[in-house]
Design a protein around this ligand. Structure first.
Ligand code: RUB
Length: 309
């Protein structure tokens, strides 16, 4: 898919979910490199920089997109020829996408160990990493139930329940405001991540922090299912994650509102690390306090350069 089409698909939620938008961004840059017909390296670099900015501007909250784009472009600045730069970008994107898909599978295997017969799991929104955990446990023959929230205003929960039901999981849809009431039946919560800060704060779909509060009150464990490329080096020195605010028409489209009514539609929120029991990643289960350590291990000194970007 070309860059403009990818940007449109991400903005309009045709492609959504932090992992999927990261892979779409990487693929768009790969296609851009593959189909580039110009002959001048300098012009290619300028056009690539423009494509990169367009992709990064498509959704501001998920650091996965930023990390996917940077992983794809890594080293291309140092290439001596246009062909070398194009080949490197295509190779990087393929590598990123393969490791991203593989990470979801591994998270499923690690997370499934936390689910036992008789458990009642709750999930929020539509996270492929959280779904991977649930479906892996189901494939292993474990007998458990799932509650999934509708997730207003986009109702990504409908996608979640349909996928789980299609695969034979015992799943029940609830409205978001039923979370606290239903929590008394729940034994474990699994949610995904758009971004995890260096302090272990989770940024995920709006309502995740309410789910976490209700879980905390009921002493129910909450697990975050997150690939490590959702860890944000930019938060190292306290930079806040931008919370996307979307169109008001997504909230109310079927009722007549008094013109004096204002609408506020933030689509992500922050859950402090104290409400998180563990983060399930492709390198294993870690405590929220270990995010910085994992980032320094994976990025080395590069973390200090990236944190300033
Ligand atoms: C999706 C959402 C998901 C995370 C993780 O929000 O908040 O929990 O993106 O998803 P939206 P995944 O639908 O607005 O993008 O585990 O698939 O990366």
């Amino acid at each position: 898919m070309d860059v403009d089409r990818t940007v449109e698909a991400i903005k309009t939620m045709e492609i959504h979910g932090a992992g999927r938008i990261a892979r779409a961004g990487a693929s768009a840059l790969s296609d851009f490199a593959e189909n580039y017909t110009g002959k001048d390296l300098g012009k290619f670099r300028a056009d690539l920089a423009e494509a990169k900015e367009k992709i990064l501007g498509s959704r501001p909250t998920a650091v996965s997109l930023w990390n996917g784009v940077h992983a794809t472009l890594k080293g291309s600045d140092a290439c001596a020829t246009l062909d070398e730069a194009k080949a490197l970008i295509i190779k990087n994107a393929k590598q990123f996408n393969e490791s991203s898909v593989n990470a979801v599978k591994i998270i499923g295997e690690i997370g499934a160990k936390r689910i036992q017969d008789g458990d009642v799991v709750l999930t929020h929104c539509n996270s492929s990493a959280a779904i991977s955990v649930i479906e892996t446990a189901h494939r292993q023959g474990k007998k458990f139930k799932v509650y999934a929230t509708e997730t207003r205003p986009w109702r990504q929960g409908v996608v979640t329940v349909n996928e789980l039901a299609k695969n034979g999981v015992d799943v029940t849809l609830i409205v978001d405001s039923a979370v606290r009431s239903v929590m008394k039946y729940v034994t474990k919560v699994f949610v995904g991540a758009d971004t995890v800060t260096s302090h272990g704060t989770l940024v995920n779909k709006i309502g995740t922090s309410q789910v976490a509060l209700a879980a905390n009150e009921a002493r129910v464990q909450l697990y975050v299912c997150s690939e490590t490329y959702k860890f944000s080096p930019m938060t190292l020195f306290g930079d806040l994650v931008t919370i996307e605010e979307r169109d008001h028409a997504e909230v109310i489209w079927d009722a007549k509102l008094d013109p004096a009514v204002k609408i506020f539609n933030p689509v992500f929120d922050s859950t402090p690390s104290k409400y998180i029991d563990a983060i399930i990643t492709e390198i294993g289960m870690i405590s929220p306090g270990s995010v910085y350590h994992v980032m320094t291990q994976q990025l080395g000194d590069e973390i200090f350069r990236l944190s300033g970007e």
